[in-house]
Design a binder for this molecule. Structure first.
Ligand code: NAD
Ligand code: IPM
Ligand code: MN
Length: 345
């Protein structure tokens, strides 16, 4: 498309700080014949304190009309944990059926990582985004008493597992290494685990060119640190994928560099792009937040909308920017400026 109608949800904490830089780079990279229109949505802690609202239906409807969504982060120490996370972020992922939560990892140059110098670390986690323990199927009885009982039921449907597994096989088939690793815990979570394993086996028969592998999630955390080069595409449950991708970010260059896309591959709903990290209240307002993860999420957004050349420009700019760093600390906006000038050049 020659125009991009983008919804922007800066959110909380460092969210607005990193989103400003993401938009700076996005505007700089687009050729002059691609018009970028942005609509900012005031959602998050400020809004909740002012009105009690997290995501009213009218705004959900408006968001639905955009080509894509760029989100910073949500969550604030002054709001009960879960109110914004569930009521805003997860509501969007569920309402827009973002069943592929795509989280690429590659080893970035010149970063503080235990893996520095290791070759060929380039994998992608396909995290299921609409099921698992995230569905909110549970409850608490006798809350706050010594007899309290709390449950969080993990929902796994044949439909939901198959569609994300199929997407992961498609991605693996298109990559040079053509390898898919299922990560689960089928030695303990036997009901959901075996559904995932059987699905990978059955769908995998349609992809004879893709090698498949299985790891229990605990062992997967070992290999992400000791042998990350063994991974190509990882497909996994919503919660395991959440945890694995923070770990993957930490070992490949840092949480400030990890990008993600919440994708609805059918195109029926807008996809949403956001850094893997959260609102980082510990550094909000200090200018210490690295906006690179948001900038790289904007690259995923551009690729999703068919602007491949612009996406690659951003990714190359990030690699060059990291490689040329001298180790002196840079502010959020200094990194954004550096990336914007590299993609313009
Ligand atoms: P977090 O990712 O916000 O922070 C973890 C650590 O990483 C902190 O030390 C933080 O300073 C650092 N960090 C994060 N992003 C950084 C960046 N861009 N540059 C430099 N350092 C960075 O995770 P948390 O502390 O567990 O959660 C804080 C809040 O964010 C909570 O309310 C949580 O629910 C929410 N959260 C939201 C999202 C999201 O919106 N997608 C994701 C994760 C957490
Ligand atoms: C993430 C976050 C979210 C998740 C929370 C804030 C709901 O940790 O995007 O990784 O668990 O998916
Ligand atoms: Mn997370």
């Amino acid at each position: 498309a020659r125009s991009i109608d983008l919804a922007v949800i800066p959110g909380d904490g460092i969210g607005p700080e990193v989103v400003a830089e993401g938009l700076k780079v996005l505007s700089a990279v687009l050729p002059s014949d691609v018009k970028l229109a942005t609509t900012e949505y005031d959602l998050g802690a400020r809004r909740w304190h002012a009105t009690g609202e997290t995501l009213p239906d009218a705004e959900l409807e408006q968001l639905r009309g955009h080509d894509a969504i760029l989100l910073g982060a949500v969550g604030d120490p002054g709001v009960p944990s879960g109110v914004l996370e569930r009521g805003l972020l997860l509501k969007l992922r569920f309402a827009f059926d973002h069943y592929v939560n795509l989280r690429p990892s590659r080893l970035f140059p010149n970063t503080a990582t235990p893996l520095a110098g290791r070759p060929d670390i380039d994998f992608v986690v396909v995290r299921e985004g609409t099921e698992g323990p995230y569905v909110g199927n549970g409850g608490s009885m006798r809350t706050g008493t010594p007899a309290e009982v709390a449950t969080e039921v993990s929902l796994n449907t044949a439909y939901g597992v198959e569609r994300v597994v199929r997407d992961a096989f498609e991605r693996a088939a298109a990559r040079p290494a053509k390898k898919l690793t299922l990560v689960h815990k089928n030695n303990v979570l036997v009901h959901a685990g075996h559904l995932w394993s059987r699905t990978v086996e059955r769908v995998g028969a349609e992809y004879p060119g893709v090698a498949t592998d299985y790891l229990h999630v605990d062992a997967a955390t070992i290999f992400l640190v000791t042998q990350p080069e063994r991974f190509d595409v990882i497909v996994t449950d919503n919660l395991f994928g959440d945890i694995l991708t923070d770990l993957a970010a930490a070992v490949t260059g840092g949480i400030g560099l990890a990008a993600s896309g919440n994708i609805n591959p059918t195109g029926a709903f807008p996809s949403m792009f956001e850094p893997v990290h959260g609102s980082a209240p510990d550094i909000a307002g200090t200018g210490k937040a690295d906006p690179t993860a948001t900038v790289l999420s904007a690259a995923l957004l551009l690729r999703h909308l068919g602007h491949e050349a612009a996406a690659e420009k951003i990714e190359d700019a990030v690699t060059a920017d990291l490689a040329s760093r001298d180790g002196a600390p840079r502010t959020t906006s200094a990194i954004g400026d550096a990336l914007a000038s590299r993609v313009t050049a």
